[in-house]
Ligand binder design. Structure first.
Ligand code: IFM
Length: 463
C-alpha cells in the first residue's frame, strides 16, 4: 500500500463557476453577460449551445449542497455572477441577485461547508463590454464597485475571496486568440486587458479586506509549465518565451511589482507593445497589483512542450500518445504539478497555496445499473494528488485542493461536449448521477489521504 496522508486541517473541496452552472440567465433581473451574447453568435460554441439553463443550479442549489455533503468536502469554490448583482456592470446593485448568494452561503454554512468565493469567473456584464470591456480602464473601477457590493453583503460569513479566475484566459483566449468572449484578436488590447485585470485585483483586495475583516484574499492563476521539444538552445528560448507570456506575466507583477523584462521585450519585438514605458501602466498601479496576497490559487491541468517557430515564437508540439490525452486534448502529466508547486514556492514565496482547480474531461458510459466507472478520471485525480503530496512533503505551503468540477457543465466554447464532473449531469432531465470518481473522492476526503496503490475494485459505491 502506498498511502499518502495530508496534514491535519488540509482543506478538501470542489469547484464550479456561475456562468457554467447557474442558468436562469433572465431571472431575478440578471443582466446579459458577454458569454450570453457570445454564445448566440453563430459558430462560436462548438455544439451550438448556450449557458441559458446549464445545470439549472440557480433553482437546484439545495440539491447541489446535498451532493457536496455526500462528498464530505469542507469547502466549495463558486463564483458570483456580476450581471446578477450589478446588471449593467457599473450602476445600481440588484439586491435580488445578492439574495441568491446570501441563501447559498447560509446553506453551505449550515451544511458545515466553507464558501470559497471567486468574484470574476469570466461573465462580464455585456453593458460594460459595450463600453470597451476590460480594455477600458473604467471596467477595473466598476469591478471594485461589484467587489464592494458582494463583500459588504457576504463578508460577515465568507472567509476566503479570490478576485479573478485565470486572467491569462480572459486576456489571451478572449482578446488575442478570439476563442473566448468577447472574441477579439488584438494582442495590444489583450495586454491592456491583463493589466486592468491585475490592477482591479489590487484595488478590490483592499475593499474586500475592509468589508470582510479577517478573511483571506487571493487570486487564481492557471499556470502551465513548459518543456523544450529538444536540447536546441532555440527551444530553451521558446520555453523562456512561453513561460514569460503565460506564467510570469502574472506572477511577477503580483509578487514582485513588475512585468518580466524579457517577456516585455518579446512583445515589443513582435510589435504588440511600443518600446519604452508600458502605455497602460499609471503611477501607483504596480504597487496596487503587488498588494500582499493571503493565498495564491493555482489551477493545474497539463504541461506544454514547445519549440521555436524559427522567428522566435514558441509553438506547442504534440508529444503524448492519444491515450495520454483528456477529451480537451490536454496531456495527462502529473509530475509537472509537483514541479510547479516547488517552483512557485522557491521563486515567489506565497504565504499559502490552494490548488483551486484540477480535473479531467472524459466521456464515460453509464451502465444499465447506473454505474459510471470513470477509471481514467480516478487515475488522473489520484496521480495528481500524489504529485501535490510530494510537493507538500518538500515544503510547498499547500493548504487545500479543489476538484474541477462538482458537475458536468457549460465548458465555454466547447458547449456541453466536455465532461469534467464528479457527478454526471443529464442535461435533458437535470438528473445528477455520481461517477465512481465521486465515491473515490469521498473516500479520499474522509481518510485525509490518497492511496496511490489502491486497486479500483477497493472503491465502495454506496453514496
Ligand atoms: O471549465 C474551465 C474553468 O472555467 C476554468 N479553468 C479551466 C476549466 C476547464 O477548461
Amino acid at each position: 500500500m502506498d498511502k499518502q496522508e495530508f496534514p491535519k486541517g488540509f482543506l478538501w473541496g470542489v469547484a464550479t463557476s456561475a456562468q457554467q452552472i447557474e442558468g436562469a440567465a433572465r431571472e431575478g433581473s440578471r443582466g446579459e453577460s458577454i458569454w450570453d451574447r457570445f454564445a448566440r453568435t453563430p459558430g462560436r460554441i462548438s455544439d451550438g449551445s448556450n449557458p441559458g439553463v446549464a445545470c439549472d443550479h440557480f433553482h437546484r442549489w439545495e440539491e447541489d449542497i446535498a451532493l457536496l455533503r455526500r462528498l464530505g468536502v469542507q469547502a466549495y469554490r463558486f463564483s458570483v455572477a456580476w450581471p446578477r448583482v450589478v446588471p449593467d456592470g457599473g450602476g445600481a446593485v440588484n439586491e435580488r441577485g445578492l439574495d441568491f448568494y446570501d441563501s447559498l452561503v447560509d446553506g453551505l454554512l449550515a451544511a458545515g461547508i466553507q464558501p470559497f468565493v471567486t468574484l470574476y469567473h469570466w461573465d462580464l456584464p455585456q453593458a460594460l463590454q459595450d463600453q470597451g470591456g476590460w480594455g477600458n480602464r473604467k471596467t477595473a473601477e466598476d469591478f471594485v464597485g461589484f467587489a464592494a457590493a458582494v463583500s459588504r453583503r457576504l463578508g460577515d460569513r465568507v472567509r476566503s475571496w479570490a478576485t479573478h479566475n485565470e486572467p491569462w484566459c480572459i486576456a489571451t483566449l478572449g482578446h488575442e486568440q478570439g476563442e473566448h468572449a468577447p472574441g477579439h484578436r488584438d494582442p495590444a488590447e489583450s495586454l491592456r486587458v491583463a493589466h486592468h485585470l491585475l490592477v482591479s485585483h489590487g484595488w478590490a483586495a483592499g475593499v474586500i479586506r475592509e468589508s470582510s475583516p479577517g478573511s483571506e484574499v487571493g487570486i487564481v492563476l492557471n499556470l502551465t509549465p513548459a518543456f523544450p521539444a529538444s536540447d536546441a538552445p532555440s527551444d530553451a528560448d521558446a520555453v523562456r518565451h512561453f513561460d514569460g507570456a503565460f506564467n510570469r506575466w502574472y506572477l511577477d507583477p503580483l509578487f514582485r511589482g513588475e512585468y518580466p523584462a524579457d517577456a516585455v521585450a518579446d512583445r515589443v519585438r513582435r510589435g504588440h507593445l511600443p518600446a519604452g514605458e508600458l502605455p497602460f501602466v499609471r503611477e501607483g498601479d504596480m504597487k496596487s497589483i503587488a498588494t500582499p496576497l493571503d493565498f495564491l490559487g493555482i489551477n493545474y491541468y497539463s504541461r506544454v512542450v514547445v519549440q521555436s517557430s524559427g522567428t522566435g515564437e514558441p509553438v506547442a508540439v504534440a508529444v503524448a500518445p492519444k491515450e495520454q490525452l483528456t477529451d480537451m486534448g490536454w496531456e495527462v502529466y502529473p509530475q509537472a504539478l509537483e514541479d510547479l508547486l516547488m517552483r512557485v514556492t522557491r521563486e515567489y514565496r506565497p504565504r499559502k497555496i490552494f490548488i483551486t482547480e484540477n480535473g479531467a474531461a472524459y466521456t464515460d458510459t453509464m451502465a444499465a445499473s447506473g454505474i459510471i466507472a470513470d477509471t481514467r478520471r480516478v487515475a488522473y485525480l489520484r496521480n495528481h494528488l500524489a504529485s501535490a503530496h510530494r510537493a507538500l512533503e518538500a515544503g510547498a505551503p499547500l493548504a487545500g485542493y479543489f476538484v474541477w468540477s462538482l458537475l458536468d457543465k457549460f465548458e465555454w466554447a466547447h458547449g456541453y461536449t466536455k465532461r469534467f464532473g464528479l457527478y454526471n449531469v443529464d442535461f435533458s432531465t437535470q438528473r445528477r448521477t455520481p461517477r465512481d470518481s465521486a465515491y473515490w473522492y469521498r473516500d479520499v476526503v474522509a481518510a485525509n489521504a490518497v492511496d496511490a496503490g489502491a486497486p479500483q475494485s477497493a472503491m465502495g459505491r454506496n453514496p
